[in-house]
Ligand binder design. Structure first.
Ligand code: ADP
Ligand code: MG
Length: 631
């Protein structure tokens, strides 16, 4: 705004205040022009802005030189430059000036620098007349000057009016300019906004350009990839066409193969049935009750003195006894007792060799025949070792190996449409009472057990744990649990395990839905109580009771087997818990294997003899031909 040309409308009087505006507006320091003749300035003047001095100058009605009058107003500005002198002269003439100065510099009443004498009245009068004349002249001049000033004032007033109009115009123009300026500043703001927008947009543009370039590169690479894929696709399409042809051929082939498979399955089934039949025939030919003798190694190493095993075959065992002559006159008599069994295992025989011989019977169990395997012998002869063995792989006994075989064989049979379920139980018979060896509850809550026989001759025990098993590890876990249960009992009743029978039973149920076949059998593996006899005088109380129970059950086992062998109408199964429990697995419908375990030490001679005799009696039995439990 301040830069815009604005005309000042201020009117400044020169008389007293030298205004700043006046100075600002003055274009240049005043120059006083020396006029050749004294000019009396106008009595009054208005100082006009320095830009228009010519106006004041031209308009001042200086028609003739006027002698200065005693006007109060003094003309200023570049007005002819005679100010100082005119003031001096005017002051001298004007009667209203306080310090009156004589025109000649002489005081009134003084002639020629000297004061008139009091008596010189004439002189004084002439002086007074002069003075009057002088004043009249001055008055005249003043009047004239007044007139001039009035004219000038009128002119000045019109000039002022003109200037005011100009100023008003300028002001309105100013406000227009201001409005314009505001508009322009708005425009400038807008311009700034637009320019910042522009820079943002430029940045965006450059971003987009770089993105575009990246996209272009990407597009190029994808195009290349697309080309490659198209090529691959065409290759694969041709491959597919070829494969479709092959597929059709293969499908046809598969169809014919399916027919073949069905045919072969039938054949396989027929083969399986035939195998079962033949297998059973072999088992029957071998005898449905078989006895294996196993001699334990001597604990301290070396060979047994009185036991001889035939080198030629592995079926005989000889007990040699030297009897000293009572009289001492005759020589000592040597007596040999020969026994033959289905198989005799010497001290070196491994667990695997033993099991190989009975694995055929285990197969029979899976084929649907009941199988029962006992270990008979005096305490320490190796019954538990034979049946259970220990945890090492090589020394695992019959039970874990039988279980492994059964699970493996059942998996193969499943391919032929068979489905099997296995249920395991482990029971101890001590003093003719039953104890669940798989019981895991509180000892105080142990239930009572009873043997129950259903009308279809299946035997079950009340409150017994029957555990569903589907792999070997589960069975091994159950054996461990049984051993724990046994050892708990053992701490309270010294060496109880040797005076109790433990019976492991695995119930096998097989279903072949395709052929609508079912089979059901039980594999019984029994670790019998020690068969050693005691003299009645040597045991009393609890021991006597135990001995009676063991003797009773073991001899009843012999009686039952004999009765079965003789096809007697009455078989006394119920005479002992053991035979009652095992009746399903003994007799015509089953296969029975008895291990007779022998201790090789010479002090066990008597017991060894008893065991071999008992086993021979069992071995002599021929139990009726077994038939599978097929439905
Ligand atoms: P039992 O159960 O008849 O009382 P064990 O099976 O407990 O007898 O056997 C008594 C000891 O003899 C055990 O330490 C067992 O490991 C060992 N034993 C038994 N038979 C054999 C064998 N064939 N080979 C090696 N050690 C055996
Ligand atoms: Mg034992």
């Amino acid at each position: 705004m301040s830069r815009l040309p604005v005309r000042s409308n201020k009117r400044v009087l020169m008389s007293s205040s030298s205004s700043e505006t006046g100075q600002d507006l003055a274009p240049a320091p005043k120059r006083i022009r020396e006029d050749p003749e004294p000019v009396v300035p106008h009595a009054a003047a208005t100082i006009i802005g320095g830009r228009w001095p010519p106006v004041a100058a031209t308009r001042a009605p200086i028609s003739r030189p006027v002698r200065g009058v005693g006007a109060a107003t003094v003309a200023a500005g570049p007005s002819r430059g005679v100010l100082k002198r005119s003031i001096a002269s005017t002051a001298a003439k004007g009667g209203s000036v306080k310090q009156t100065v004589a025109p000649t510099g002489a005081k009134p009443g003084v002639v020629g620098g000297t004061k008139r004498q009091a008596w010189d009245l004439k002189g004084k009068v002439s002086d007074m007349e002069g003075k009057i004349q002088n004043y009249q002249t001055k008055l005249k001049a003043s009047n004239q000057e007044n007139e001039t000033l009035r004219v000038t004032m009128v002119q000045s007033q019109s000039r002022v009016a003109e200037l005011e109009t100009n100023i008003a115009k300028q002001m309105s123009q100013n406000s227009e300019y201001e409005a314009e300026l505001q508009a322009l500043s708005r425009v400038r703001d807008e311009l700034e906004t637009v320019s910042s927008d522009k820079s943002t947009l430029e940045k965006e543009l450059s971003n987009l350009e770089s993105k575009y370039r990246v996209m272009e590169t990407l597009r190029d690479s994808q195009e290349t990839e697309l080309q490659t894929l198209k090529m691959t696709l065409s290759v694969q399409e041709s491959t597919l066409a070829r494969l479709q042809v092959t597929l059709r051929d293969t499908e046809e082939e598969a169809c014919s193969l399916k027919d073949t498979v069905v045919q072969q399955k039938d054949e396989l089934h027929a083969g399986e049935m035939e195998r079962r039949g033949l297998h059973n025939t072999i088992q029957e030919l071998k005898g449905n009750i078989r006895v294996f003798c196993r001699v334990r190694p001597v604990v301290e190493g070396g060979l047994s003195q009185h036991i001889q095993l035939a080198a030629s075959d592995n079926k005989t065992i000889t007990l040699a006894k030297t009897e000293e002559s009572h009289t001492g006159k005759t020589a000592d008599t040597h007596k040999n007792y020969n026994f033959s069994f289905d198989r005799v295992f010497g001290p070196q025989s491994s667990q695997q060799e033993v099991f190989d011989e009975i694995s055929l019977l285990v197969q029979s169990a899976l084929d649907g025949y009941n199988v029962c395997c006992f270990a008979y012998g005096q305490t320490g002869s190796g019954k538990t070792y034979t049946m259970e063995g220990d945890e090492f792989d090589v020394s695992r006994g019959v039970i874990p190996r039988a279980v492994t075989q059964i699970f493996r064989a059942s998996e193969k049979l499943e391919a032929q449409g068979w489905e099997f379920t296995f249920t395991a139980s482990f029971v101890e018979i001590y003093n003719e009472s039953l104890r669940d060896l798989l019981y895991s509850g509180k000892a105080s809550m142990r239930p009572e057990h009873e043997i129950r026989k259903s009308p279809n001759n299946t035997v079950t025990i009340t409150n017994l744990s029957y555990e569903r098993v589907c792999n070997e590890d589960q069975v091994l876990g159950l054996i461990m649990l049984a051993n724990q249960n046994r050892s708990t009992a053992q701490t309270t009743q010294n060496d109880r395990s040797s005076r109790s029978h433990s019976v492991f039973q695995l119930d096998i149920e097989g279903v072949n839905f395709v052929r609508d076949l079912k089979c059901k059998s039980t594999l019984c593996l029994v670790d019998l109580a020690g068969s050693e006899r005691m003299l009645k005088s040597q045991c009393q109380g609890e021991r006597f009771k135990e001995m009676t129970a063991i003797n009773g059950s073991l001899s009843n086992l012999g009686i039952v087997i004999t009765a079965l062998a003789n096809k007697e109408s009455f078989v006394p199964y119920r005479n002992s818990k053991l035979t009652y429990l095992l009746q399903g697995c003994l007799g015509g419908n089953s296969k029975t294997l008895m291990f007779v375990n022998i201790s090789p030490e010479s002090d066990s001679f008597g017991e060894t003899m008893n065991s071999l005799r008992f086993a021979s009696k069992v071995n002599g039995c021929v139990i009726g031909t077994a038939s599978a439990n097929k439905k």
